[in-house]
Design a protein around this ligand. Sequence first.
Ligand code: NAD
Length: 476
Amino acid sequence: MATAKEPSFRESVDLMFNRAVALMDLPPGLEEKIRVCNATYTVRFGVRLRGQIHTFTGYRSVHSEHMEPVKGGIRFAMSVNQDEVEALAALMTYKCALVEAPFGGSKGGLRIDPREWDENELERITRRFAYELIKRDLINPSQNVPAPDMGTGEREMAWIADQYKRMNTTDINSRACVTGKPVNAGGIQGRTEATGRGVQYALQEFFRHPEDIKAAGLSGTLDGKKVIIQGLGNVGYHAAKFLSEEDGCKITAIIERDGALISDTGLDVEAVRNWIAKHDGVNGYPEGKYIKEGAKALELECDILIPAAMEGVINISNAANVKAPLIIEAANGPITAGADEILREKGCVIIPDMYANAGGVTVSYFEWVKNLSHIRFGRMGRRQEESRHQLLVDELEQLSADKELGWTLTPGFKQKYLRGAGELELVRSGLDDTMRAAYQSMREVWHGREDTHDLRTAAYLVSIGKVAASYRALGL
Ligand code: NAD
């Protein structure tokens, strides 16, 4: 965690914002309008559990309403506080602008350790929290749309959606009040893994640019790269799984709450995940070396470091020891403003959170659109696409039947070409396109402007520019 000398999470975000804004020419006052958080609602409510009333504290923060609805996850953790929620809401504003998801920024949190309560108790607490937010329109399909974050997942989102429906029985768009729902309760294929998938697509895009690979002091492709991952939760697990199974990366360390596993030959992500589910930690896992002080593994040699757990883990106390030449911030705010400076001076390339973990909100956007249009993506066009492909395949087959022409279709071509895109394929295609386009907008600024030397400043410049343009369009 960050030391006392370090700015708070929100101050860290503001410092990074200010660094970028100093390079812009914004009208007086607009800069502050964009930076400040519009409102934070704090609620304290009681739930009778285990024979007594327990009081819980929750927050919903709205950073910017230049576009509505506003969007941002709900976090369940004991560390939740107003400063954290406001920092995360600000990041949501910049993130949505960067990936062109038409939302303002918001975030919510409930101070609770979800592991202390059983499923039934958690449902009652979640529904009660949702009730408090819904009655103030802080959950609403056209005003404020939450999603999962640390400590929450599709189960909690389904409870929230159902709570909204019970309180708004005639709202035909009620399902669009929250994203990250299970597929059989109005969710979309590919949402659960979207943030981790986005991290993979971000790295794939980075490795398409030789100049950028060189800037990190690396070479070649993702294949064989040594990767250290912190946090094997929703985001970290999926990122590590896809990178190791599909891109040939070697996961040389996994850091969890109770320590870290280290293996030069690479860890089996699926097996470690199953171990954690059974034993509530990585300790005792039969392969690799276990160390109790997990954060020390952030300092090991590797090609790519992926902090995917929480904020402030790379701070002024350990930044100088971090050896990774490339860090991708899968978590929100894992590198403090002070650490960011130390790492930049060392020449480390950082792919910033507002871009790196934007896969979640991107697919949430698709889910929200699906809910509002009341139809699954691909339902209208898939078979039509297949029948047009069939026409071409029939023609090609006729030609290949002609022995004199002497050519045939490649094995497997027909099957692959004929298959029209279903919802999952379309979601992946939309996500990949979004991650590529957003990366390119950042790297144009990174390499194109003499006063911009890092991807984070570039990301802020792009996103603040977009937010400023929409405020200007509103006449501000
Ligand atoms: P999660 O609760 O599913 O997983 C968090 C993981 O980190 C857990 O496995 C937990 O045991 C581990 N962890 C907690 N404290 C740790 C510590 N001190 N050291 C090592 N590991 C620790 O949460 P998540 O949804 O994967 O979110 C992780 C991060 O990604 C957060 O910063 C969140 O804001 C960000 N994020 C999540 C999403 C999403 O779609 N879920 C989207 C964007 C950003």
